[in-house]
Ligand binder design. Structure first.
Ligand SMILES: CC(C)(COP(=O)(O)OP(=O)(O)OC[C@H]1O[C@@H](n2cnc3c(N)ncnc32)[C@H](O)[C@@H]1OP(=O)(O)O)[C@@H](O)C(=O)NCCC(=O)NCCS
Length: 447
């Protein structure tokens, strides 16, 4: 940053085309009358450049205040592109619609992690490696068995993923590229197994070991639903729907859980612990837990004729229309469009979920209502996904697990990018301190 404070402020020619082309911002600090020129790169200024704007040499200088990071970039990333106004989502430049139609989840995971789509040989190797690592250490099975019968599967998943770090001490070697690759493969391979074990635990059913003849999603369905049959063969339409759902959930740039993974990962802890933190963030109802809340909401609404009363309640601030609204999308979430279509394929096999009628009517009314139009609130990814998950036989507690499993590839791609980004530092935001300053301790009997 150039400090122009010593020069006359008129020295800064803000009208010069040179200056415009140079992409700088001139800031006048009205507290001191000094002017500063700050470079603009990729539509951002560096917050650290504001440190120079200090009054009477006060330490720290000017900072930005941004609860919830609504206008702060925390990294440079080449993984996922979102245009929230236009409703565009791309992984490594490929539109989500094309990936959902033509790709498989593991192919997309490879793309996210490596930056390019694999050729045939690379894909075969990757699928083989992931398949090879699907089994869990038997002690981990006992660990899961230790949970109460009614433990929430997300709590079990979070704890067991974190526990994996104790099985793989080599995971601490986060600066070794080969060690990182191994942990990434292990985690992507083991997530479905952990998710399925958590599901079976809640139902009191024996755990089903991976069947390595099956594809990633077929194997997951088998571990979830297989009973006494020798081989579990899922309906191909359900397998395809699950592949699509997994692809749609694989990454979503700097969302709450990805930020948690990056933030925790910035301490150079092992990736199991970092992803464990991401699972914790995803568990919350404002993030991955929203589809569970959507189903609860649809059940509460119960019948189509009660929708106007419910919408009035939302507009009066009594409740939220869950599955609507998004920090980034101010348009129809492109994932919600694809999921709405997938509903038809799934319901062809499972029968129509009766809550679909309520959801579609709610959407229709909300999209025409001024409250939602004005605030640009549209259905997000969670609005319809819960209906599919329920039709597939999952209880609402499992919905977020079905989000966490595919999001693991996105978390790990972002983690890899973080670790290899020379500019990154340990995450440590500032605060505006609003509490007391130095006070003398008062003994208990005098308070
Ligand atoms: C996703 C979400 C957390 C984004 O929050 P945000 O970017 O901080 O947006 P805000 O909370 O500032 O919302 C802006 C306005 O829209 C309203 N709003 C946002 N989402 C709403 C919803 N689902 N129902 C009703 N009103 C909503 C807010 O009350 C606020 O209104 P105001 O300006 O009158 O105060 C929020 O939209 C939400 O809670 N949605 C429901 C949960 C959900 O579906 N989450 C899944 C996200 S993938």
């Amino acid at each position: 940053m150039t400090d122009t404070s010593t020069a006359d402020s008129t020295d800064v020619d803000t009208s010069s085309p040179e200056t415009d082309r140079a992409d700088t911002l001139t800031i006048r600090d009205n507290r001191t009358g000094q002017e500063y020129e700050v470079p603009i790169t990729d539509g951002t200024i560096r917050a650290a450049d504001l440190k120079k704007l200090a009054v009477d040499g006060e330490p720290g200088g000017l900072a930005t205040y941004d609860p919830g990071f609504v206008n702060t970039a925390s990294c440079r990333s080449a993984i996922t592109f979102i245009d929230g106004d236009e409703g565009i989502l791309e992984y490594r430049g490929y539109p989500i619609e094309q990936l959902a139609e033509h790709s498989t989840y593991l192919e997309v995971a490879y793309l996210l992690l490596n930056g390019e789509l694999p050729d045939r040989e690379q894909l075969d190797d990757w699928v083989h490696e992931v398949t090879y690592h699907t089994f869990l250490h038997e002690n981990l099975k006992q660990f899961i068995q230790g949970f109460r019968y009614d433990a929430h599967p997300m709590g079990m998943l979070m704890a067991s993923v974190s526990a994996l770090s104790t099985f793989y001490p080599d995971a601490r070697d986060v600066l070794d590229a080969d060690a990182r690759k191994l942990q990434i493969t292990r985690m992507i391979a083991k997530m479905p197994t952990l998710g399925a074990f958590a599901f079976r635990h809640g139902m009191g059913r024996p755990y089903v070991y991976p069947d390595n003849d099956l594809s990633y999603t077929e194997n997951f369905l088998a571990m979830l639903f297989k009973m006494s049959e020798r081989k579990y063969n899922a309906d191909p339409r359900l397998v395809k729907a699950l592949e699509v759902l997994f692809i749609l959930h694989a990454d979503h740039e700097q969302n709450c859980s990805t930020n948690a993974v990056r933030s925790v990962g910035s301490s150079q802890v092992d990736p199991y612990s970092a992803v464990g933190a991401g699972i914790g963030a995803l568990y919350g109802p404002l993030h991955g837990g929203a589809n569970e809340a959507v189903l609860r909401m649809l059940r509460e609404v119960k019948t189509v004729d009660r929708i106007p009363e419910f919408i009035d309640g939302v507009k009066n601030g009594k409740e939220k229309l869950m599955g609507f609204g998004h920090r980034v999308y101010k348009n129809y979430d492109p994932r919600a469009k694809i999921i709405k279509k997938a509903c038809d394929d799934v319901f062809e096999v499972t029968g129509v979920n009766p809550l679909l009628e309520i959801a579609m009517e709610l959407e229709k009314i909300a999209l025409e209502d001024e409250y939602f139009v004005k605030r640009r609130l549209y259905p997000n990814v969670d609005f319809y996904s819960g209906l599919i998950y329920e039709a597939l036989g999952f209880s609402p507690e499992m919905f977020t697990v079905l989000f966490a499993i595919p999001r693991t590839s996105g978390w790990l791609a972002q983690w890899e990018e973080l670790i290899t980004d020379k500019e990154q530092k340990i995450a440590r935001p500032k605060q505006i301190y609003t509490g007391y300053r130095t006070r003398d301790f008062v003994p208990l009997d005098q308070r």
